[in-house]
Write a protein of this length. Structure first.
Length: 250
């Protein structure tokens, strides 16, 4: 099975068009960022994109309405929302999950919601169809990793370094060892993200991870490059992933 390609886009005025491009170029799951005024896990590129999206009038409600309106056109790959808990709380948990389901959302990534609180959210809505995606940091203990992995839904997002999105720097020295341990304990794919930009980095990390998340680089390319150039880059990522096919868990 091919490794998972999980690109990130900001939920701006062009996000539906950008989502379609990603689906056409082989994305397996697309992360759509909901713009938020205080995005603690985001680096400058995504923070700037979120600020611009807010000025365009984009919000969780607008984005979900757009996804509902275009749901039948978006069958090429799954899509998840990356958001902060304050956005969900302001919207209303029940209404938010209901609208996510109606919009075809596969899952939610909530980086500021600790595992214990995420489990409480799951327990409040046991019949929901939207996955709550777990994140695991390199600083997590083996005991905590086992606990998170046992309750994981959809896939596990492993943070490659102790930084914000888009930061340059080497992958954590224990990344391969940590991912192998998580894979041993999990029944869902284990993907890596943060700081991944190039096909070479994708090839390196997916020698052992089940897929790669790319955020800031794709946000920049959609903002600054011609569509043909962006498609060429996406194709190079898909090729790097396909060259690292695996028979591991899916």
């Amino acid at each position: 099975m091919s490794k998972l390609f999980i690109p990130y886009i900001m939920g701006n005025k062009k996000f539906i068009d950008n989502l379609k491009v990603l689906q056409e170029e082989g994305a397996d799951i697309v992360e759509i960022g909901l713009p938020f005024s205080d995005p603690v896990a985001d680096g400058p590129t995504i923070m700037d994109a979120g600020s611009k999206a807010i000025k365009e009038g984009m919000s969780a409600r607008v984005i979900l309405d757009e996804l509902k309106a275009h749901k039948d056109e978006l069958q090429g790959s799954k899509y998840v929302l990356m958001t902060y808990y304050n956005v969900i709380l302001h919207y209303g948990e029940a209404a938010f999950l209901e609208d996510c389901e109606a919009a075809g959302v596969y899952g939610l990534i909530i980086p500021d919601l600790p595992f214990e609180l995420a489990e409480q959210l799951k327990a409040r809505f046991p019949d929901r169809k939207v996955n709550i995606i777990s994140l695991i940091a390199m600083t997590a203990s083996n005991e905590r990793i086992e606990h998170i992995a046992a309750h994981a839904e959809g896939f596990i997002y492993t943070v490659t370094m102790n930084a914000t999105t888009g930061d340059n720097g080497a992958f954590h020295p224990e990344l391969q060892q940590k991912i192998a341990f998580i894979q041993e304990k999990a029944n869902v794919p284990v993907v890596a993200g943060f700081g991944i930009r190039t096909p070479e980095q994708v090839a390196e990390v997916t020698r052992f991870a089940d897929g790669a998340v790319i955020g800031s680089e794709i946000v920049k390319r959609f903002a600054n490059d011609e569509e043909a150039t962006t498609r060429g880059y996406l194709q190079s990522i898909r090729k790097a992933l396909d060259e690292n096919k695996t028979t591991a868990q899916s």
